[in-house]
Design a protein around this ligand. Structure first.
Ligand code: PLP
Length: 432
């Protein structure tokens, strides 16, 4: 193979035949990076990915993401740009906006936020003043860093107060939310979570917000796909503003999305650009358009229903095997194993599971006694494995394997045995 000193240009020829050989050819001068890419693809294909926030986007999404649109600067919004040469990307962004509005039933959509965190920052900046009081979910009870953690801009620039799950069934304590709203008079109440396995009652949040004249924001970063498919109730009828990522259960490109009422449209758009970001990443905007259309198809609804069935099967298997779960189970795509009474930590179990080919993330839990690096929980989600075609029967078997690992996380020989079976399952699924 000829050594190249410049990166290979993607021509229409290579674009048309971008099989493994053509792809390898593009990296002919960079075997180092190419082999790393191959190694990570192999890692995915030989393991089971239960990271609740990850998913495998379609080839069409990835093609749009990686397209020539990467070149374009288009600060501003369709028909109001600071650059020339934007007539086509204006149509692309307009298409993404219209599809987002249609998919979620929103009055306005901003498809430019580079991430979920940026989307949240823009929503706060648009609708609040620095230092305002916000009521959000406690991080170790399932909330997100951007819902008031002192390590995040959110906790440093706004006055966050946190609500919790009940000690009993570990569902959101709506009575506490109502009581804290009365006591603290927040300007905004935020619903939404990264590690909450139950259905969220957005209508109830709206009622509580109205009772104290607060704005209501729903952050559906994790459940956006379920909401789009009608598998989780939508916050759109209730919330002033809805933020999300597009890469988790929604299965699109990495990125953020803000939906809001028309009255907030201008403030939201100005907070994203020019307040927080420069030009949009137009390949990612086009990839959002692809993903929104995919999410409108009947097979996405079937997929999302299977995500929930798979999560339930996994949860039931873990409970049967004696592992306690946050809130005892799941209504959505994720579940959290609680290890408060074990001598090993969430980090240790997640590491043992990884040795066995089961990829997860550690998670803090209510009543947490360990540091965020150690934790007393492990979170599992089924969107990624469901995309690869995993079935309820496979989830039941995987639950048994997880239970076996949790019984002896230090037994290397046993982890090797589990890994062999896990690899067999992984290689029987769709390959990425
Ligand atoms: C993942 C997540 C985010 C942030 O998304 P990033 O794209 O990682 O910045 C925000 N809110 C919630 C609830 C999330 O789960």
């Amino acid at each position: 193979m000829a050594m190249q000193t410049r990166p290979a240009r993607r021509t229409s020829e290579t674009d048309d035949a971008l099989g493994p050989k053509a792809r390898a050819g593009l990296f002919a001068g960079d075997r180092e990076l190419w082999s790393l890419l191959q190694r990570d693809r192999r890692r995915h294909n030989q393991t089971l990915n239960f990271i609740a926030s990850e998913n495998y986007a379609s080839p069409a999404v990835l093609e749009a993401l990686a397209s020539h649109l990467n070149v374009k600067y288009a600060e501003g919004y369709p028909r109001a740009r600071y650059y020339q040469g934007v007539e086509v990307v204006d149509d692309i962004e307009t298409l993404a906006i219209e599809r987002a509005k249609q998919l979620f039933g929103a009055e306005h959509a901003n498809v430019q936020p580079h991430s979920g965190s940026t989307a949240n920052m823009a929503a706060y900046y648009a609708l609040l003043s620095l230092g305002d009081t916000i009521l959000g979910m406690d991080l170790s009870h399932g909330g997100h860093l951007t819902h008031g953690s002192s390590a995040s801009f959110s906790g440093q620039q706004f006055q966050f107060v946190s609500y919790h799950v009940t000690p009993g069934d570990e569902t959101i304590d709506y009575d506490e939310v109502a009581q804290m709203a009365k006591e603290h008079r927040p300007k905004m109440i935020v619903a939404g979570a990264s590690a909450y396995p139950r259905t969220i009652d957005f209508a109830r949040f709206r009622e509580i917000a109205d009772s104290v004249g607060a704005l209501f924001m729903a952050d559906i970063a994790h459940i956006a796909g379920l909401v789009a498919a009608g598998v989780h109730p939508s916050p759109l009828p209730h919330a002033d503003v809805v933020t999300t990522t597009t890469h988790k259960s929604l299965r699109g490109p990495r990125g953020g999305l803000i939906l809001c009422r028309a009255a907030h449209a201008r403030a939201i758009d100005r907070a994203v650009f020019p307040m927080l970001q420069g030009g949009p990443i137009l390949g990612a905007v086009a990839a959002r358009a692809v993903c929104f259309r995919e999410a409108m198809q009947p097979d996405f609804k079937a997929y999302s229903e299977q995500v929930v069935k798979n999560a339930r099967a996994l949860a039931e298997g873990l409970v049967r095997g004696g592992l306690p779960l946050l809130s005892g189970g799941t209504d959505n795509h994720l579940l959290v194993v609680k290890l408060l009474d074990r001598e090993y930590t969430g980090a240790q179990l997640a590491t043992a599971l990884e040795r066995a080919g089961i990829i997860t993330s550690k998670s803090t839990v209510p009543g947490e006694t360990r540091s965020p690096r150690q934790t007393s929980g492990v979170r599992f989600g089924t969107p990624a494995m469901t995309t690869r075609g995993a079935t309820v029967e496979q989830m039941r078997r995987v639950a048994e394997l997880i239970v076996a690992v949790a019984e002896a996380p230090d037994n290397d020989a046993h982890l090797e045995e589990v890994r062999a079976e896990v690899r067999g399952i992984a290689e029987s699924l769709e390959q990425i």
